[in-house]
Design a protein around this ligand. Structure first.
Ligand code: UD1
Length: 367
C-alpha cells in the first residue's frame, strides 16, 4: 500500500498551489494523495470554479468550516481536521501558503505526530499585524520539510535557525499553474465581455484588512482609482470581503456603475490570467498576483507597504505603493510614461516546481 498524504486547501490561493502538486504526485505514483478541503472559502466564485477549471477532483474530505472571526475559524478547522486525522492518519500532511487553514491543519496534525510539509515556506513580510505573517511563522515552526518558492525564503529560514537539511528550494508552484493554464487563458472571452478587447486597461484587486477594513482608507483608494480610471478603464473584480466593506460604508452605491471603474464579480482563474496578461498595469494587494505579474512582466502597483515576496520588487515588475493616493498616482503615471523596469526571469519559476516538490517528498519519505 502506498503511504497516504493529505493535501490541505481551504481558501482561493491554495487551490492554484494544490492543483500542480497533486498532478506531480500522481505522476510519480508513489504516494496516495488525499484532498482535504476546510471550506474556509465556499462561494461558487471563490471555490468551485477553481476546482472545475484546474481539474482538481472532488475533495476526499470536506470540513465545511465557513467564515468566522480568526479565532473561531481557526478553532473550527483545528477541531475538525484533528478528528479526521485521528480516524484516518496520513503519513504526512502537506499545507500550502499562509491562510488560516494552513496553520490550523498544521497544528492539528503535528500534535498527533503527523509530520508537516509546508509548500511556500520562509516568506516573511516582517509585519506581525498581518494575519498571514503569524500563519507563516507558526506553520514554518511546525514543519518538518520546508519547501521554498523564492530566494528570500532561504535567507529568512537560515536567520531563524531552521536546520538546513529541512529546507529545499523548489521554486514557485503557483507559476506551474500559470504555465499550465496560459494556453486556455489566451482563449478567454472576458475582454470581449467587458468590451475591453484591443483597449488599454488596468486591473485592480484588493481585499487585505489593511486596505478595506477602515472606511477612510478604502474611500481614499477608491477615489484615486476612480480618478485614474478616467485615463484608462480599471476593471475591479471585488472580493466578497471588499464588497461587504463597501456596502457597509455606503461606498458601493457611490462608486458602482458610475465611472470607468468597472466592478465585476470575482473572476475564474483563466479569465483572471487573461486580464492580468493583457493589462497595461495591475494594482493589487494579492500575494499571488504580485508573482503572476512578475512572471508575465506586467507592471504591478502593490497596494502594500511591505511584501513577503521581495523578489517581485528586486527583480520583478512590482513596486510597493501602499495605500497613499499620491504614491499610487505617481506610479500609475510612471507606468503610462514607460518609466518602469522590464523585469527579469526568476530562478526556478519555470513551471516545474511541483515536480521538484514531489521528488523532495519522495526523498524525505524514503520512497
Ligand atoms: C483569505 C486569506 C488571505 C488570502 C485570501 C484570498 C486568511 C487569514 N486570509 O482572506 O491570506 O489572500 O483568503 O482570498 O486566511 N467570504 C465570503 N465567501 C467566501 C469566503 C469569504 O463571502 O467564499 C467573506 C466572508 O464575509 C468572510 C470574509 O469574506 O468573513 C473573509 O473571508 P476569510 O476566509 O476569513 O478571509 P479572506 O479575506 O478571504
Amino acid at each position: 500500500m502506498k503511504p497516504i498524504i493529505d493535501l490541505v486547501a481551504g481558501a482561493r490561493p491554495n487551490f492554484m498551489k494544490l492543483a500542480p502538486v497533486l498532478r506531480a504526485v500522481l505522476k510519480r505514483n508513489e504516494l496516495e494523495p488525499r484532498i482535504v478541503h476546510t471550506g474556509q472559502h465556499y462561494d461558487h466564485g471563490m471555490n468551485d470554479v477553481f476546482f472545475e477549471e484546474l481539474g482538481i477532483p472532488e475533495p476526499h474530505v470536506h470540513l465545511d468550516v465557513g467564515s468566522g472571526s480568526h479565532g473561531a475559524q481557526t478553532a473550527r478547522i483545528l477541531e475538525r481536521y484533528e478528528s479526521h486525522v485521528m480516524k484516518n492518519p496520513p503519513a504526512a500532511s502537506v499545507v500550502f501558503g499562509d491562510v488560516n487553514s494552513t496553520v490550523a491543519c498544521a497544528l492539528a496534525a503535528v500534535k498527533l505526530g503527523v509530520p508537516i510539509v509546508h509548500v511556500e515556506a520562509g516568506l516573511r513580510s516582517f509585519d506581525r499585524t498581518m494575519p498571514e505573517e503569524i500563519n507563516r511563522l507558526l506553520t514554518d515552526a511546525m514543519a518538518a520539510l520546508l519547501l521554498v518558492s523564492e530566494p528570500s525564503g532561504l535567507v529568512n529560514l537560515h536567520r531563524e535557525g531552521v536546520e538546513e537539511g529541512k529546507v529545499k528550494f523548489v521554486g514557485n508552484v503557483m507559476i506551474d499553474t500559470l504555465v499550465h493554464e496560459l494556453p486556455f487563458a489566451e482563449k478567454s472571452s472576458i475582454l470581449d465581455r467587458l468590451n475591453l478587447a484591443g483597449r488599454e486597461y488596468a486591473l485592480m484587486t484588493m481585499h487585505r484588512p489593511s486596505n478595506v477594513d477602515d472606511p477612510q482608507i478604502l474611500k481614499g483608494l477608491l477615489e484615486v482609482t476612480a480618478e485614474l480610471a478616467k485615463k484608462i478603464p480599471v476593471v475591479f473584480p471585488a472580493h466578497p470581503r471588499t464588497r461587504k466593506a463597501m456596502e457597509q460604508s455606503g461606498l458601493w452605491n457611490r462608486f458602482f456603475g458610475k465611472s470607468d471603474l468597472l466592478f465585476v464579480e470575482p473572476v475564474p482563474y483563466r479569465d483572471n490570467l487573461c486580464l492580468i496578461g493583457k493589462a497595461r498595469l495591475v494594482l493589487t494587494d494579492s500575494g499571488g498576483m504580485q508573482e503572476e505579474t512578475t512572471f508575465l512582466k506586467v507592471p504591478c502597483l502593490t497596494l502594500r507597504v511591505n511584501t513577503e515576496r521581495p523578489v517581485t520588487v528586486w527583480k520583478g515588475t512590482s513596486r510597493l505603493v501602499g495605500n497613499e493616493p499620491d504614491q499610487i498616482r505617481n506610479a500609475f503615471e510612471d507606468v503610462l510614461a514607460g518609466r518602469w523596469p522590464a523585469g527579469e526571469d526568476i530562478e526556478l519559476w519555470d513551471g516545474r516546481a511541483s515536480d521538484r516538490v514531489a521528488k523532495e517528498l519522495a526523498v524525505w519519505m524514503n520512497i
